[in-house]
Design a protein around this ligand. Structure first.
Ligand code: GLU
Length: 437
């Protein structure tokens, strides 16, 4: 396999990196375009603006896994530390065939702004392996994870860089990473990862945290639209993984009507509302949402343009583009995924008055409870779930309200406001610390 070399960032908002003038779908270019849009309002020193454009460290590894049939196969993995200015870098690890160095750079940069916006003492990082985990047996998945984790040992640690689950990874994978790291150190280090199983130092509420935080943000946004009765609010959710399914379950328990959901294989629609607990059982049995009784099967494209009040993209980057943005009918978009909306789509939706609650705000619940998990591990003292949910909600509401206040003060959209708050905190800390040596 040939691994392409991607040079460090130089592009600015004034040109598209593919040179064709066509919209640029590269997630890292999207992240840099958003950054350029936000720093315009911040009056920062040029040196500081230049510094924050760059990922601090980038690690690429090609490593072998022996498949069950005895053949050796090579895999490529990455870990990018975008920033460690505010503390250890923090961010998930994803297993997906769409993983690339530029995608991981974008996701690491978004983690930096997300943690700073949420007011937690972390920088930003992300990792990934180019693999479809569904094509591996359980033994192969463990072997791949342990080898990748072993390669990561010099770059991760409870005081330096703390991974967590993301697309295609879960609590069991975090357990294997924690165990591999601990075996290398010679003692157990629960705080090296978050999103672990409860029985090895995980936190109550971590699994549900991102979905719950998404709905907490949605409720704040609905208040601004005087839509206060859950039964009158219809939701469409793209993605039924950890974020989408937990958002759906929490929203359903509060009485909201979920009229459409989808996964990688396609979507389902019922304008009268879906029975989410029954759907979750169905997905556990069949592996997908399609064919669920009492709903019509629809395509993923059609799902995004269904009639609804709130659209929650909770799948992956670049799903809402200039192609479908004109046809989206939701009044409010709450981004459970990272980077689901391109800058071109942002412009179209903002012009149309659609209220977008951006990713680094809406999906911060995951990393906020990761922070609680890390604090509990370091203190070896564990909290009850009530404390966790109360603190999560308080922190999400605070971030939402500061973002809204900034959007009003500067007359900018919520994405630009959220990025401004995150970027400003990192910039101030960078200037206070100064440049070494
Ligand atoms: N992967 C999640 C995110 O994108 C959580 C990261 C974490 O908990 O460190 O925010």
């Amino acid at each position: 396999m040939v691994v392409a070399y991607h040079p460090p960032p130089t592009m600015s908002a004034s040109h598209t990196a593919n040179g064709s003038g066509a919209p640029d779908q590269n997630p890292y270019h999207v992240a840099l375009t958003q950054y350029d849009r936000a720093v315009r309002y911040l009056n920062l020193k040029d040196n500081t603006v230049e510094y924050m454009r760059y990922p601090h460290r980038e690690f690429t590894v090609n490593f072998p896994v022996v498949r069950d049939n005895g053949k050796l196969e090579m895999f490529t993995g990455y870990r990018v530390h975008h920033s460690t200015v505010l503390g250890p870098s923090k961010g998930g690890i994803r297993y997906s065939t769409a993983v690339s160095l530029d995608e991981i750079r974008a996701l690491a940069m978004w983690m930096t702004w997300k943690c700073a916006l949420a007011g937690i003492p972390y920088g930003g990082a992300k990792g990934g392996v180019v693999v479809d985990p569904k094509t591996l047996s359980l033994r192969e998945l463990e072997a791949l994870t342990r080898r990748y984790a072993a390669e990561l040992v010099p770059f991760i640690g409870p005081k330096s860089d703390i991974p967590a689950p993301d697309m295609g990874t879960n609590a069991q994978i975090m357990a294997w990473i924690m165990d591999t790291y601990s075996m290398t150190m010679g003692y157990s280090v629960p705080a090296v990862v978050t999103g672990k199983p409860l029985n090895i130092g995980g936190s109550l509420g971590r699994n549900e945290a991102t979905g719950r935080g998404v709905i907490a943000c949605m409720i704040e946004a609905l208040k601004r639209h005087d839509m206060n009765d859950p039964e009158d609010v219809s939701l469409v959710i793209q993605g039924f993984g950890n974020v989408g399914s937990n958002a759906a379950a929490y929203a359903h328990s509060l009485g909201f009507k979920i009229v459409g959901v989808s996964d990688v294989y396609g979507g389902i629609h019922n304008p009268h509302g879906l029975d989410i607990p029954a759907l979750r059982n169905y997905v556990a049995e069949t592996g997908g949402v399609r064919g669920f009784g009492g709903a019509d099967d629809i395509s993923n494209d059609n799902l995004l343009t269904l009639s609804c009040d709130v659209l929650i993209p909770a799948a992956m980057e670049g799903q809402i583009s200039e192609e479908n943005a004109p046809y989206i009918r939701a009044e409010i978009i709450v981004e459970g995924a990272n980077g689901p909306t391109t800058p071109e789509a942002d412009d179209i939706l903002n012009d149309r008055g659609v209220h977008i609650v951006p990713d680094i705000l809406a999906n911060a619940g995951g990393v906020i409870v990761s922070y609680f998990e890390w604090v509990q591990d370091l203190q070896a003292f564990f909290w009850d779930v009530g404390d966790i949910y109360t603190r999560l909600e308080k922190q999400m509401q605070h971030a939402y309200r500061s973002t809204e206040a900034t959007a009003e003060e500067y007359n900018v959209d919520m994405r630009t406001a959220a990025q401004m708050l995150g970027i400003r905190r990192v910039a101030e800390a960078f200037e206070t610390r100064g440049v070494y040596p």
